[in-house]
Design a protein around this ligand. Sequence first.
Ligand code: ATP
Length: 406
Amino acid sequence: SAGKIGDELDLQVYAVGGFVRDLLLGTENLDIDITVEGDGILFAETFASRFGCRCKGHIKFGTAVIVFPDGFKIDVASTRLEYYETPAALPVVERSSLKMDLYRRDFTINTLAIQLNQSDFGLLIDYFGAQRDLQEQNIRVLHNLSFVEDPTRVFRAIRFEQRLGFHIARHTENLIKNAVKMDFLHKLGGKRLLSELVIIFKERDPFGAVERMANLGLLRFIHPVLKLDAMNRRLLEEVKPVISWFELLFLDRKYEKWVVYFLALCEILTHDEFIEVCKRLAVSEHYREKLAEMRRLGERVLDAFNRRGAKCRPLQPSEIYRLFNDLAVEVLLYLMARTKSEEAKKALSLYFTKLQGVHTILTGDDILALGVARGPMVGELLEQLLAARLNGAVMSRDDELNFIRQ
Ligand code: ATP
């Protein structure tokens, strides 16, 4: 139907990029990108009105998003060569051909297009040897200045290599090494660098990418002392099974997986160095403080475990609850990967599986109704009651009532 509308408007319409790459690889990808030779916004608006979708256009970039009633989105772009900003004028988007548009992309494997117009529906367009590179599993740039033009492509190359199990082609790898040697990556803004790292840390298995980043000498562009040594290497490897365990157990739990990896990568840094990394990555001051606090609290909890001698009595569930309950999920997972103490691991596991979310049946009002005077005593009783429940000393509402009455 996209092709039909293209025909009506006399526009050439193509599916492009990652969607076509993954189609050929047989991998599911629901991010559909459409490129229109000509006015992409007109196409998107016509499509949207015909199929009851919403459409948001950006005239400046010649792009639009079509949003279906169920939230499904299609990105639409117009082929463009460049936009020029002349003084006191709006930027002008100069239209170009599909081929020129695809030439501006990062890697050959992302340059495939499929014609959607009815007369040539399904025609695969491959200007830059993408099919061969898909077959030979190569990540290859389109020209020598690619990484100079946009250093984020270095991280994208590593991400695709690791995700697809491909390899960065030799010449492309040399271009990366050259960009590293010439310090081009210092030009990369903090926000963009962070966003590349976050995407890498959200991949299924980020460790390989981190290792590749370390081997190519990229970590120093995040911070001069950041490296992969025995300590954070072990930790980063340990994060994956912890996360798999957690995700299996709590399928729908929202959390920031990238934070767990980020904390693990930065394990070897001092507090001041960690703050410098956050500043380099343009992490907002608020979030920077939050992350630093996570590290601090996590450290304190692990210290508490490490100080405990082998002869100590095991911690009560209520004590474990108190230790962990103020910590964010991300820190708990980081600690689980990090600690070598079996006792700490068991405690964390118990907290996740049995203790978090436990609450008393009685409320403050119930306790007041039992004749306890309003004041701090109510809070203390609720806390004791919760501890008793966590430790299995009370199980039912009657147990709780008896506990308060005693
Ligand atoms: P993913 O599966 O990770 O979403 P994708 O290929 O769809 O992979 P996007 O980041 O969504 O990647 O980008 C969409 C397309 O835009 C890519 O296929 C790529 O061709 C192009 N692109 C994205 N970033 C760049 C860049 N920095 N330089 C050149 N082209 C880029």
